[in-house]
Design a binder for this molecule. Structure first.
Ligand code: ATP
Length: 222
């Protein structure tokens, strides 16, 4: 489904990714781990189209989308929840969900059934939500879009461990229920995510340093 081939990304004079290659197949739930600054966010942003690689290729269903705009990739099912969550802070919870559900679609039940805590918050502005509630809203919104590849950058950031575990479990269940879908978790602190993923890609200083099964993954390799 996704093939990343030798992708390089530069920020001005700094090259943050030095030719990273990996694949994600339908049904996969994978973690991309690495220390702060290793290049995790850069990689998922390049896949989603927020950043233009300076080298290499991103293939989606075999089609070269390296230079395709974000909207075109999103329409094809490639979705990123960025590390700042990406919710519209001045809109209410309901409005945030409706924007993503698309014109004419009023059925928010699928997302609200998955995150029932949001039902009581529908009229609250996103800016007033706690960090955990904002993460739930960001994920709930993503569920309303027609995603096939969902990448979440630092899902566990600022969350209580029980809540992070619940959100990982929701994503893993969604991937299991829809074998044509895949989930990529970019995580600096991978321990809590490991039991939900089938594979771990370790990024180190902009390079893919290792790929391991969660049981073989050794945090010392970070
Ligand atoms: N907008 C930017 N301008 C310049 N350099 C950047 C920019 N964004 C990231 N970098 C640099 O690129 C490298 C990779 O950063 P990136 O954010 O991808 O790492 P990360 O693994 O996601 O880290 P973290 O876990 O801290 O989010 C780092 O050296 C970082 O300083």
């Amino acid at each position: 489904m996704l093939t990343v081939e030798g992708v390089r990304v530069r920020y001005g004079p700094l090259e943050a990714l030095h030719g990273v290659s990996l694949t994600v197949a339908a049904g996969d739930v994978v973690a991309v781990v690495g220390r702060n600054g290793a290049g995790k966010s850069t990689l998922v942003r390049a896949v989603a189209g927020y950043l233009r690689p300076s080298g290499g290729r991103v293939l989606w269903d075999g089609v070269d989308v390296t230079r395709a705009p974000i909207g075109q990739r999103a329409a094809a099912g490639v979705m990123l929840i960025p590390d700042e969550g990406g919710v519209f802070r001045s809109l209410t919870v309901r409005e945030n969900l409706e924007v993503f559900a698309g014109a004419g679609r009023s059925d928010l039940d699928e997302a609200l059934d998955t995150f029932p805590d949001l039902r009581a918050l529908l009229r609250r502005r996103a800016v007033l939500l706690s960090g955990g509630e904002q993460q739930m809203l960001a994920l709930a919104r993503a569920l309303l879009a027609p995603w096939r590849l969902l990448m979440v950058d630092e899902l566990s950031q600022g969350l209580a461990p029980y809540l992070a575990a619940r959100l990982y479990a929701v994503l893993a269940e969604l991937a299991a229920a829809h074998p044509d879908r895949a989930v990529v978790l970019a995580e600096p602190h991978p321990r809590a995510a490991l039991r939900f993923v089938g594979r771990v890609h370790v990024l180190r200083r902009g390079e893919l340093a290792a790929t391991a099964s969660p049981s073989d993954f050794d945090a010392a390799t970070l």
